[in-house]
Design a protein around this ligand. Structure first.
Ligand SMILES: *Cc1c(COP(=O)(O)O)cnc(C)c1O
Length: 423
């Protein structure tokens, strides 16, 4: 721990922050410190007007003509290309579509088809026990359907568990609970050394950390549109398929949007070339347009240094938060649950506490500091740090509120101890 950090120091960091102008591209309530952009990103300032135009002009006046004239039809590919530039993928390799869960079903199914084509005996899907549950549920369902077995491991067991029976290694790059980040390149290489495929979920990485799918030589990836990409509640997610696999198998949800010629209306299915076949049916255009507004912020960030600059600031924010918690909240039973090593840290910081984590988070929310709570053993207070709109002074104030809630024990009040439907 270094010398005591003062509020002035945080203000100086803000003054020197090359990305500080990006905050103006969002609408956030005054005085609110939003540390939950890893769960639902905030509203891009341009979105309400853009969506209103899509509703009133493109839908209201253009009607069905807007599929062509307003460019609705190829939005999945256009947005996919923008996402590709954030995750180290090439143009034409990503589609924005459906939900993360549905896209995982599609790509994992294709990966299992490739593994099955290698012959019998390759029947294990490996994943991490603390992976996000929907990923595990989808894998479990597919394994049951396709005669594979799902093997759940602790992170340190993964490399050693890969072997002759391994079909697919399916991991989430940054863990939703702990914020720990895997070494995508090393684990993909380990999977390939065992002749298995690597499927990555980028839900907590895309737009948050630098990702290089091509450099890591990954096989498939999916990710989320409403977290760090700020696409709005229920925003379309995305899917990436390495070009070496894109034309090899059908994905199982072979709908007409993935057909080579949907408007030929032929009775038989002929998959589109490339990642286009990973589309299924008609897209939620208004949500696509909201996601486009979220992605436009990254285009603006590109001029200020892009993902490398965002990553530098993200690490500076999480370093500052950790240091301030350790200096100002010592003795209150908080334990850092996120790796200190930058190479192993995503864009969030988790603190565990034996008791009261949920109530502490609720007390913080009542004071205008929004983080979230994840149940488990131990319970976790989770704080996401999005460098697009957070400043260093806000980190100071967030920790100050945390210090106050802990030292005056206000979190013990019963209003903060009621269960909530969504945490
Ligand atoms: C947020 C998240 C999801 C969300 O899936 P949906 O289908 O959008 O509900 C899936 N996987 C991981 C790892 C996530 O973090």
């Amino acid at each position: 721990m270094g010398s005591a950090i003062a509020l002035q120091d945080c203000r100086a960091l803000d003054a020197a922050d090359p990305l500080r102008s990006l905050r103006d591209l969002f609408t956030l309530p005054d005085g609110l410190i939003y540390l939950d952009g890893n769960s639902l990103g905030p509203l891009p300032r341009a979105a309400p007007e853009r969506i209103a135009r899509a509703v009133q002009q493109e839908w209201g006046e253009g009607l069905i003509r807007s599929w062509n004239s307003a460019g609705w039809f190829d939005l999945p590919q256009r947005l996919g290309d923008r996402i590709a530039s954030l995750v180290g993928a090439g143009p034409g390799q990503v589609v924005a579509t459906d939900s993360t869960s549905v896209n995982l079903y599609k790509v994992l199914s294709a990966a299992l088809s490739i593994a099955a084509a290698d012959g019998p005996g390759r029947d294990v899907v490996l994943s991490e026990r603390s992976n996000f549950p929907t990923d595990l549920y989808i894998a479990e369902a597919l394994c049951r359907e396709r005669g594979f077995r799902l093997q759940l491991l602790e992170p340190h067991e993964i490399a050693g568990a890969l072997g002759a029976d391994s079909a697919v290694l399916m991991l989430t790059h940054v863990n939703y609970r702990s914020g720990a980040m895997h070494d995508m390149r090393a684990l993909t290489a380990a999977a390939h050394a065992a002749a298995a495929l690597a499927v990555w979920d980028l839900a907590h990485s895309a737009g948050a950390v630098e990702v290089d799918l091509t450099g890591a030589d990954a096989d498939f990836a999916v990710g989320c549109g409403y977290k760090y990409l700020n696409g709005g509640p229920g925003a379309p997610a995305f899917a990436w398929v390495h070009p070496r696999h894109a034309d090899r198998f059908w994905q199982p949800l072979a709908g007409w949007w993935g057909h080579a010629a949907p408007f030929a209306f032929t009775p038989d299915y002929r998959p589109a070339a490339g990642v286009g076949r990973y589309l299924c049916g008609t897209q939620p255009i208004l949500s696509m347009i909201a996601l486009e507004c979220g992605l436009a912020v990254f285009t603006a960030a590109q001029a200020l240094g892009g993902m490398p600059a965002l990553r530098r600031k993200s690490l500076a924010l999480t370093d500052l938060f950790i240091a301030l918690v350790e200096q100002r909240c010592a003795g209150h039973g908080l334990v850092l649950a996120t790796p200190r090593d930058h190479a192993q840290r995503g864009s969030q910081v988790c603190l565990s506490r034996e008791r009261g984590a949920c109530a502490i988070v609720q007390a913080l929310i009542a004071r205008g500091v929004i983080g979230d709570f994840r149940a488990g053993a131990p319970d976790i207070l989770r704080f996401g740090f999005t460098p697009l709109y957070l400043g260093f002074e806000q980190v100071w104030h967030a920790v100050e509120q945390l210090r106050q809630v802990l030292s005056d024990r206000s979190w013990e009040r019963c209003e903060f101890n009621r269960p909530q439907a969504v945490t």
